[in-house]
Structures are given as C-alpha cells and as structure tokens.
Design a protein around this ligand. Structure first.
Ligand code: NAP
Length: 285
C-alpha cells in the first residue's frame, strides 16, 4: 500500500522544500494544498481518515506547514478536532521548518554546554523558527529574551510562546545593530533566527563580549545573521565562543525532518510537534 502524505500549507503555495523532504523521508506520494485554513481543512481531513481501515490507515499522514506559526498551530488544532475514535492519522506540524530547525539548533547547543540558568537572546525571534527556539531554550532552563524590529511584535510573540509552552520569555526591541548589540550585551547564548539574507549582528557586537559562550545562526544565505561566523560552523571555536552556522545546524535539521516523516507512517496516531521533535533532536544530536 502506498504511503500518502497530505501537505496542508497555510501559505499561498504548498512548500517545495517540505515536499522534497517528505519524499526523502519515505512518502511514496505527496499532495500539497495551499492556503488551507481551519475553516477549509475539514473535508481534507475526512479524506485521510475515512479511506483506509485498521493497520492500513498508518499509510496516510498529514504534514502542516507555512510561514506563520500561529496559523500553523490553529490548523493543527482544527485537524485534531476533526479526529474521533480510531478515525485519525499521524500529523506533523513544522511551519517553515520551525520545529525541526529550532530543535536541531538548540539540541546542538544543549549538547555543547549546559543551558540551564544561562541568559539566551533569540534575535528576530518572532518568526516560526525563532519562536520555537525560544521555547526550547526556555524549557532547558535558560532565561530567554526575543528581539523584533518592533517591540509590540516581540511582546506579542513572547506572550504566544508563554501561552503555548508555559515558559517566561521577554520581548524587546531590536530594530537596528545598536539595539541588537545592547540586547546581547549580557547574554551567554545568542540564537539568530532572522529572515533569509538579513544580517542581525555585526562581529563587533560579540567577538569581544566575555559573556557570550554560544552562537547559533540559522540563516544560510549571505550576509549571514551573525557576522564573523561561517555557515558550516558546527561547534567551531571563534573568539573563545562556540559557533553553529546554518549549514552546521541544517545537517541535523534535515536528518530530523526526514526521520519524523518516516515515523508518521509507523502508526496512525502519531503527533510530531515541538515536544516530540525536540526529544528526537536530542537523541539524534
Ligand atoms: P521569517 O519568519 O522569514 O523571519 C524571521 C523574523 O526575521 C521575522 O519575524 C522578522 O521579525 C525578522 N526580519 C524579517 N526581515 C528582516 C530584516 N530585513 N531585518 C531584520 N529582521 C528581519 O523566518 P523563519 O521562517 O522563522 O526562519 C528563520 C530563518 O531560518 C530564516 O533565515 C530561514 O531561511 C532559516 N531556516 C534555516 C533552516 C536550516 O536548516 N538552516 C531551515 C529552515 C529555515 P520582525 O518583523 O519581528 O522584526
């Protein structure tokens, strides 16, 4: 029986990246739907739960993606609400690679050094990856601050993380290099989670800072998020700090993403969201 993955994307196009990784993770056929909302997802879910019975059902699974964490979470809630009794299939939520990328990055940091009690700053922490990274750092016992170009967005994202994960996160303004340098002044961990190709921190803001011990950056496209580290860094020592670049993190991210896709087809009631994906990342790191 063919392994069918249905990709429900909250964006205007179903993600090419998620489609490729789904095939590489073991799906035989991937069907992407774009612009899916909680109001329109019901019939799509029905198609996954009423078509195969018993053990065969585990050959059908759902992946939720898109560039908005809040929309992804709302879609997951709507999908789960549609399930009843044995009428369910395995689901993974990974809006813009949020869970897999953040989990890979934080798991590598946690393997390198103890995070508990450390001060962590997630630069541009309002996107899907940054919000999840902040949550994982908070769950590891770090004191977490996120920045945004606007304080309101930082505070709104911090509140959303707190509501979902029960960890305290502070939101501060980080509109320019000076504000972001100020935000990381006392930090021990800096996790740059900005949009692709956006530099967030000049080398002068971290190279001589004695507090900073760990640096992570998930932006792979030059200019990188953190100036002075390399995309391929994977625990590379730079100015007395350990640096992890986007490709250094990306290797584990891809392995993790593929592994989660494979596990979707091992049962019909699997859920792969932040907690499950981070636990697997720590095993794989
Ligand atoms: P995103 O939503 O596109 O952007 C994250 C945040 O960056 C936004 O919320 C925005 O925050 C800020 N931002 C946008 N443009 C900016 C600019 N010009 N200058 C400063 N800040 C800016 O990002 P995402 O989807 O969470 O992904 C985060 C990063 O991870 C991206 O670089 C993505 O390419 C990368 N990624 C890496 C991997 C990997 O394996 N390495 C996998 C997936 C994704 P405010 O508007 O609040 O300031």
């Amino acid at each position: 029986m063919k392994k069918l993955l249905f990709l429900f994307d909250t964006d205007a196009y179903a993600s090419v990246f998620d489609t490729v990784v789904a095939y590489d993770g073991g799906a035989d056929r991937v069907t992407g739907y774009a612009g899916v909302t909680p109001d329109t997802v019901g019939a799509l879910v029905d198609g996954t739960i009423f078509t195969r019975g018993g053990k065969d059902k585990q050959n059908t699974a759902i992946f939720i993606g898109g560039g908005d964490m809040g929309k992804g979470e709302a879609l997951l809630a709507a999908v789960k609400k549609r399930f009843f009794g044995p009428f369910k299939v395995s689901v993974m939520l990974d809006s813009n690679g949020s869970n897999t990328t953040a989990a890979a990055g934080v798991a590598l940091l946690a393997k390198a050094k103890k995070l508990k009690g450390k001060k962590a700053v997630v630069l541009a922490g309002t996107g899907p990856v940054g919000m999840r990274a902040a949550a994982f750092l908070g769950q590891e016992g770090a004191e977490v601050t996120i920045t945004s170009r606007t304080k309101d967005r930082a505070e709104a994202a911090a509140k959303a993380i707190e509501t979902r994960f029960g960890v305290k996160v502070k939101g501060v303004a980080g509109a320019d290099d000076a504000q972001r340098a100020e935000a990381v002044k006392d930090a021990n961990i800096v996790y740059a989670a900005g949009a692709i190709g956006a530099q967030l921190l000049p080398a002068s803001a971290w190279e001589n800072n004695p507090n900073i011990q760990l640096l992570a950056d998930v932006n792979a496209q030059p200019p990188l998020g953190i100036e002075g580290i390399d995309a391929t860094d994977k625990g590379k020592e730079r100015h007395g700090k350990l640096a992890f670049g986007a490709l250094g993190i990306g290797g584990l991210k891809l392995k993790l993403h593929r592994a989660c896709i494979g596990r979707l087809f091992e049962s019909s009631d699997g859920l792969f969201d932040a907690e499950e994906i981070y636990a697997l990342a720590k095993e794989m790191a």
